[in-house]
Design a protein around this ligand. Structure first.
Ligand code: ADP
Length: 381
């Protein structure tokens, strides 16, 4: 098996950066395409190409000399990926599956077709149709509106808690789904290679920042009972098998207050809910993705230590060149691993880095996490 394949990544953000760092251990030939040559992964890949990953010609040209093409973001041009696949290149994830996943409406229909448990939903073309459905009693608040194609990190998701909040509805094609009475948000990352091996990482528990509507903290192993753990693992494996994907698939789930495990959405790439695997697992999600790209045997996904991951978000009151106030204090704490993505400017709630904390149990890592949150702030000068 040769490791001398040319691998192209669409996107050069923090996920591409961590993939490139892992790839360097095997001296893999990784290149990236992104609109800015200042992107987080830019100086870590062998070659950076400037261009938009959603542009047909840019993706086609970028893929021309690659053996393997992968992504670190979903919003890429799948028509170009299909052509590259027809040319005989390895494209992971498969562009047709990526098209389903990019559209939250098609994703929900996929789960229904495959009997994968998910909250009840319906699809609408615009806000007027949603209002008519509320008017005729099809939907009674609370419910959730999701833009079919425009969303990420909580953008494009509107939670309507009561009929007084109907003004929050946005226009355009959307999914309306039942609001789940959530006990915990869980995630499992699965990985598969062409040989047919499939593995999953231990279940994580996600803790959200309600203001920013995105993951702020994550703890692994999730504090759930064995039945729930088994249900989450089984759902992750069934979802991965239903999509028939190679590479990584992050499966986000809800554990409802009545104990049901439901699939929320998936991402076919390295994922925020797997950052901790760098220090906490025997082989990280990034290493597993590279193994899958090259059709190598998958590594050991087991947990070496309980871990908490904190996303380092831009301070809500700051915008401009980024500064990491309090980082010296944080670096004095043991078993704390700081990752700075290198984005030049900070914005409110922008993902600027993350920190992984290893410890014996939830209390041990949570105490350190609280200390870090009070100390470290991403501000602008
Ligand atoms: P994104 O793709 O932007 O991450 P998600 O579908 O993950 O969007 O939704 C963001 C958050 O909104 C979820 O993590 C959850 O907290 C909340 N949410 C989404 N769907 C539902 C639902 N059906 N019921 C209750 N809360 C939901």
């Amino acid at each position: 098996m040769s490791l001398r394949k040319k691998i192209g990544i669409l996107g050069a953000g923090q996920l591409g950066k961590m993939l490139a760092i892992e790839g360097a251990n095997w001296h893999l030939d990784l290149e990236a395409l992104d609109s800015s040559s200042n992107s987080p992964a830019a100086h870590l890949v062998h070659k950076m190409t400037e261009g938009h990953f959603n542009d047909y010609q840019a993706v086609l040209d970028f893929g021309a000399d690659k053996d393997i093409i992968t992504i670190e973001i979903e919003h890429v041009n799948t028509d170009a990926l299909r052509v590259l696949k027809q040319q005989g290149k390895t494209v992971i994830p498969d562009p047709d599956v990526l098209d389903i996943i990019k559209d939250k409406g098609r994703q929900k229909e996929f789960y229904k077709q495959h009997d994968l448990p998910t909250s009840p939903f319906a699809l609408y073309n615009d806000k007027a149709e949603v209002l008519a459905a509320v008017e005729n009693g099809t939907w009674i608040a609370p419910f959730v509106q999701k833009s079919r194609t425009a969303g990420y990190d909580g953008k494009g998701v509107v939670i309507i808690k009561s009929n007084n909040e109907l003004h929050k509805l946005v226009d355009g094609p959307c999914v309306i789904e039942e609001a789940v009475d959530i006990d915990k948000e869980l995630a499992v990352i699965a990985v598969a290679n062409k040989m047919g091996e499939l593995k999953i990482f231990p279940v994580v528990e996600m803790l959200f920042n309600p203001e920013a509507n995105l993951v702020e903290n994550l703890f692994c192993p999730a504090r759930i009972d064995d039945t729930t753990r088994k249900a989450a693992e089984t759902l992750a494996i069934s979802t991965m098998q239903a999509y028939g994907l190679q590479g990584l698939l992050a499966i986000e789930m809800f554990l409802s207050k009545d104990g049901e495990v439901l699939i929320n959405e998936v991402a076919p790439r390295p994922h925020n809910s797997g950052h901790h695997t760098i220090e906490a697992c025997v082989s990280s999600q990034y290493q597993q993705h590279l193994r899958a790209l090259l059709n190598l045997p998958l590594g050991d996904t087991s947990l070496r230590s309980p871990a908490m991951m904190i996303n380092l978000l831009g301070h809500p009151d700051h915008q401009g060149p980024a500064m990491y106030s309090g980082i010296e204090e944080v670096l004095k704490i043991s078993n704390v691993f700081v990752h700075i993505y290198g984005k030049e400017t900070t914005k409110p709630f922008r993902k600027m880095g993350h920190i992984t904390i290893l410890g014996d149990d939830f209390e041990a890592v949570n105490t350190k996490a609280n200390q870090i949150r009070q100390t470290l702030k991403v501000i602008s000068s």
